[in-house]
Design a protein around this ligand. Structure first.
Ligand code: ZN
Length: 295
């Protein structure tokens, strides 16, 4: 089994991105795993602090590990948006493959200082764990927002990106490049899309020369993803789209079986709905992999 670092190096060469999907229950895990296996492409599942709190930091690690081992399948686990070293250490000890250590709300110098400390502390526990740092403002909450926050001032500059990467020793960088956590109502309804700053992504890649993650991918136009991956994005996070699909699928399952009480009979439409959402994104992110395989 390749390490996550090797997988990212390969993705970089092939011009594909790893899909990162947030999970917080069994429906989501089953849906992501099924979609990834069907296309035979690797997948990364992630849980924020709140999602880990709900599922259990160590319990989900054991579950994902058992999938990886039983099916000999490249599914990896990320501790998404972790805001304290204590929570990071919990994830490192539980064997997570990577962590997003997110102090982007702090002033730049303080973010650099504490992220550098965290990189050293986490790697002393688990040397192969990849640490992702974040600078800039991409909003908070993978939810449906009424109105768009003003994120224009929080865009990441290539100079800042290079300085941050050089002084912290992070393995992966999450920049702010027109992306945003959550979706607007108009995006859920398909009326509007997010637009990424592709030249900025390319300039950050050139300056910082590091793996890049695009957070808040839900609701982004397809062509935007293709260009972002070509410009140097290696991981794309999708959460809100899956949450929307989860809810619709659950409502369908309940409506279909008004008198049913067995969860495993009610929940399959929810798994199907999330699986379809994941499958569409995986196809898009792995476009070049399929082209390479069939060539
Ligand atoms: Zn995120």
């Amino acid at each position: 089994m390749q390490s996550l670092r090797e997988l990212l190096q390969e993705a970089q060469k092939t011009g594909v991105a790893l899909g990162h999907f947030n999970i917080s229950d069994l429906v989501l895990v089953k849906a992501v795993f099924a979609a990834a296996r069907e296309q035979n492409v690797p997948a990364l599942v992630g849980l924020s602090e709140g999602e880990r709190e709900f599922v259990g930091t160590r319990q989900i690690a054991a579950f994902v590990k058992s999938l990886r081992e039983e099916f000999d399948f490249p599914i990896y686990l990320n501790a998404d948006h972790t805001h304290s070293l204590a929570k990071g250490i919990e994830a490192a000890k539980a064997g997570y493959d990577s962590i997003v250590f997110d102090l982007s709300a702090l002033p730049f110098e303080e973010n650099v200082r504490q992220t550098k400390q965290a990189v050293e502390a986490l790697k002393s526990i688990n040397p192969s764990m990849l640490v992702e740092g974040e600078i800039g403002d991409i909003g908070t909450g993978s939810e449906i927002h009424e109105s768009a926050p003003d994120l224009a001032k929080g865009l990441t500059s290539p100079q800042e990106a290079k300085q941050f990467v050089d002084s912290t020793g992070v393995d992966i960088l999450a920049p702010a490049v027109g992306n945003m956590h959550g979706m607007l109502k108009s995006m859920v309804e398909g009326e509007t899309k997010k637009h990424l700053d592709i030249p900025r992504i390319a300039a950050i890649k050139k300056a910082a020369n590091i793996f890049l993650t695009l957070h808040g991918g839900s609701g982004t136009e397809d062509e935007g993803f293709r260009k972002a991956i070509a410009a140097g994005i290696n991981i794309v996070h999708i959460n809100t789209e899956l949450r929307v699909a989860w809810r619709h699928g659950l409502e369908q399952g309940l409506a279909k079986h008004p008198d049913e009480v067995a969860p495993y009979k009610i929940l399959p439409p929810a798994i199907d709905a999330v699986k379809q959402a994941v499958a569409g994104r995986l196809r898009l992110f792995n476009g070049n992999r399929h082209a390479a395989q069939s060539a």
